[in-house]
Design a protein around this ligand. Sequence first.
Ligand code: SF4
Length: 225
Amino acid sequence: MDILTQIPFSLDRDALLKQAHLELESDEAEEFRVLMDLSLKVGKPKAAYTVSFIERKDRDTIQVGSVSFTSRTLSRNLASAERIFPLISTCGHEMDAASPTDGDALKEFWWDLIKTQMLFAANQHLTDHLHQRFRLGKTATMHPGSGDASVWPIEQQRPLFALLGDVQKSIGVTLTDSFLMTPNKTISGILFPTEKDFRSCEVCHRDNCISRQAPFNKHLWEEIK
Ligand code: SF4
């Protein structure tokens, strides 16, 4: 496993205030800025990845070493791939340890917005690192639990973590019995070379999702169901 801990990040303060629906000159904006200042002192976003090779694949299953994944969508997306990059990015456990919110729901919401920006910084840094180090061309990523529940079931976090190794020790991320990760602002998945565009939103039926990045793809859905 390779670990990235020196991840530069800054905060887009105005974007955060806008996301929190705060007036720039308000007292609440000033309180939020205090949290931003604190986060810049304590935050340590991190990422880890490994390089794995597919040993066997069929319509529904991918075998990687002693681990197998069951997902028709993953199998379809990896049809021409041999090498994959299991990965994980996180805002860093230091943000939970230093949380100044004291159970205040509004401050918890603001702190989570900051953690999300740190997670995005970690994930972008990791993606850039992989592309530069391995001279990758076009890639896509899949995450257990993204898209409809059947696409790549969240239970497959367990084999993904088995491939990654001891991420609790290396970057402080833990997997709960219900397959969620702590810190909550953490992303796990597999990055792979591909010629085809793919986004999990294409195989997600959820209506009115503010984070949707691509429309539902009926043709693709028919192909994988
Ligand atoms: S539409 Fe929303 S819930 Fe569905 S995969 Fe995209 S971001 Fe996730």
